[in-house]
Ligand binder design. Structure first.
Ligand code: ATP
Ligand code: MG
Length: 415
């Protein structure tokens, strides 16, 4: 017979199961708990957007838009092309405009889910990966930047992630950016012959992004480029000071990284990354900044915004292994004829919020051993004694189960 070939999993796409899934779920659960402490609402966003949502907001020359997007032609009844979201921010800003969410501003929102980027897969770098995302829309004051950073810091601490540094920079206001940009161009022009091909293109289109380059040829030139500090307007300097003062007041440690620029065009003022040296080249676990120009550039009413995104997989790799959830009660059927009573008990346990599993198949003699292997906190077995059915209860870990509540339900089932 011809061998049937199994279609392969696509490169860069993951099946998440077992320990990896528990890590993933713990990150998302912790995020959802903490965002409530900060009074952020949750939104669910579509995977597909019109390509223009990303190309206009992320910049045609950004790595993501120029080479990493999954874009395809939709059906005949629809216009343009569609793109699978490579991030959340642009789509949330599109939603703000199309749904008139300005009326709800200030809007504090989180979301999470899959995002897609066609880049070279490696450890900590996938083509479908997952992000946590937090945004504040409609707040021009630095208090929003501070709140988002404090939230991020608490999230990382409560996840038990140590050895991360908050690197902080300012990109200034429009006037600052313009003056700094001119100085950067002058500097890079002097070293044009040493720059990578990619950076030569950046020099034409978005010179600031050369500072962000990972190409070793660009690094010395990027590192010796002029700092923004000399070009900061008074307002921009005051904004940055308010952010750092807020962080200090909240007890969040930070360091200045004057080379830090976000790759995208619409960032203003605050830019930040939480970085670890634990994940090699994939060391950025959470990153974001202020994007006051974005909503306007999508054709909406000028609306300030600030936000961040974090890779769920990268966070998952850094947390201590989460405990497996312990089965509270194993219901074991050893005596023939007690199946119905066992099913009744099982339903009663679950209806009362007690997790339970039934062991009623395979060799009756082996059922108890199989139940014990599952590691329950308690067993309830229907046994046969001298032709009568008796129910034996055994508590293995009294802290993990309310044995009295189980006993009450068992006596109900026995009647
Ligand atoms: P990098 O510099 O690692 O490419 P980035 O600047 O492209 O990151 P962002 O667009 O800021 O990343 O996305 C936010 C977070 O999403 C990152 O800090 C990282 O944790 C995660 N991330 C980005 N790309 C990937 C990927 N391909 N696979 C897994 N996680 C990723
Ligand atoms: Mg990237």
């Amino acid at each position: 017979m011809a061998r049937i070939e199994t279609p392969a999993r696509i490169r860069g796409f993951q099946d998440i199961f077992g320990e990896d899934q528990r890590r993933f779920a713990h990150v998302v659960d912790t995020f959802d708990r903490i965002r409530r402490l900060y009074c952020f609402q949750r939104a669910e966003m579509p995977v597909l957007e019109s390509t223009a949502v990303f190309s206009r907001s992320m910049g045609e020359t950004s790595d993501v838009v120029s080479k990493e997007m999954y874009t395809f032609a939709p059906g005949e009844d629809e216009d343009g092309t569609f793109t699978m979201r490579p991030e959340f921010t642009a789509g949330i800003c599109r939603a703000l405009i199309t749904n008139g969410w300005q009326q709800h501003t200030p809007l504090k929102l989180v979301t999470s889910g899959a995002v897609f980027r066609r880049e070279r897969p490696q450890k900590g770098r996938y083509r479908q990966f997952h992000q946590l995302d937090a945004e504040v829309l409609g707040v021009a004051e630095p208090s929003a930047d501070v709140e988002l950073l404090v939230l991020a810091d608490q999230l990382l601490r409560e996840l038990g992630i140590e050895d991360v540094t908050l690197q902080l920079n300012t990109l200034g206001d429009a006037e600052t950016r313009e003056a700094w940009r001119t100085a950067l161009v002058a500097h890079f022009e002097q070293h044009k012959d040493q720059l990578s091909e990619d950076s030569l293109v950046r020099l034409e289109k978005n010179p600031m992004r050369i500072l962000d380059s990972k190409d070793p040829r660009d690094r010395p030139i990027a590192d010796s480029a002029p700092d923004i500090d000399a070009y900061l307007t008074e307002e921009a300097a005051a904004f940055f000071k308010a952010v750092t003062d807020g962080l200090d007041a909240a007890g969040v440690k930070w360091t200045r990284n004057s080379r830090l620029v976000r790759g995208l065009d619409y960032y203003r003022h605050t830019a930040f990354e939480f970085v670890t040296d634990k994940l090699g080249a994939q060391g950025t676990v959470l990153a974001g900044g202020r994007y006051d120009g974005l909503v306007g550039s999508l054709g909406g009413p000028e609306t300030p915004g600030v936000g961040w995104a974090a890779g769920i997989e990268r966070l998952g790799m850094m947390i201590p292994e989460p405990a497996t959830e312990r089965m509270q009660v194993a219901v074991v059927v050893e005596a023939a004829g007690s199946e119905a009573a066992a099913i009744g008990l099982l339903a009663a346990l679950r209806n009362n919020g007690i997790s339970a599993e039934l062991f009623a198949s395979g060799s009756p003699k082996k059922r108890y051993d199989r139940a014990m292997k599952a590691g329950p906190a308690m067993t309830v077995s229907f046994q046969s004694r001298d032709g009568e059915v008796s129910i034996a209860q055994r508590v293995i870990d009294g802290d993990a189960v309310d044995a009295d509540a189980v006993a009450t339900l068992v006596s109900g089932a026995a009647r």
